[in-house]
Design a binder for this molecule. Sequence first.
Ligand code: AKB
Length: 316
Amino acid sequence: MDTRILITGGLGQLGSELSEELQRRYGDSNVMVTDIRQPAESVPDRFQILDARDGERLLEIVQAERITRIYHLAALLSAVAEDRPQDAWSINMGGLFNVLEIARSNGCSVFTPSSIGAFGPQTPKDFTPQDTLQRPTSMYGVTKVAGELLCDYYHHRYGVDTRGVRFPGIVSNATPPGGGTTDYAVDIYYAAVTDHHYTCFLQGNTYLDMIYMPDAIKAAIDVMEADAERLRHRNAFNVTAMSFSPEDQAAYIRRYIPDFEIDYDVDPVRQALANSWPNTLEDYAARVEWDWSPDYDLDLMTADMLRTLSERQGRG
Ligand code: AKB
């Protein structure tokens, strides 16, 4: 039987690139992209408008398209969730509940991204273990922990094949992220190429985990393809590729753009979020249970980001 995939939040930072890779792997006609908003420019093949909170519409698409796997990416990120906590609960939890219910009654597997935001200030900050204390203090974190638990529940209670990873900040050069705390790590490369200068909204010594988009896509696909017999965990695998601070990132950018400068105008909301998250994750369970191993470190990512953005600027 073909794997027939539905993606929610498919026009977002991860969705827009993941959907292309899923189409390459499983065939264009087997990947249905949905999002709450209309695409600004090019409409992806097989696109439909969908608010994941609309369970009836979601069910209609799943049945009409004979969907077997759902990548549920629709969610508000950390900073915007702090600004609109009621919406964050409704979107992040309401959408996930519909997806799980429909997966249960239609035999779909489900990928749900969790986040380093699922940890809190009492979590061990360095080499944060897979299984540890999770008492997040943000609405984003509350929805992420609740989501991890809900996905585990649907697996244990109903046998739904739910899987997921805890993503760190994702860096990419296609669709920009929006409303996250780790967005600075993307914005800095755009600013480096255009202005040789960046004003950062986090303090220079704030350490956070990050991952480059090709590795994030690999994680999202590999965990879903992993042999179920090997999985001891399911919905919240720590994955990371690197940990750095804005100062470190600026130093790496200077290897390629020597006159690059960084200064700071700290946003207290995003700084507080970052301070409550780990400095570095330990991702041993993902490595042992489904052979997770990233390809990009900070230097390789910086070289690739700057080359891609410079080429694009040259063409523009
Ligand atoms: C955010 O900053 O909100 C996200 C995340 C770490 O989950 N990128």
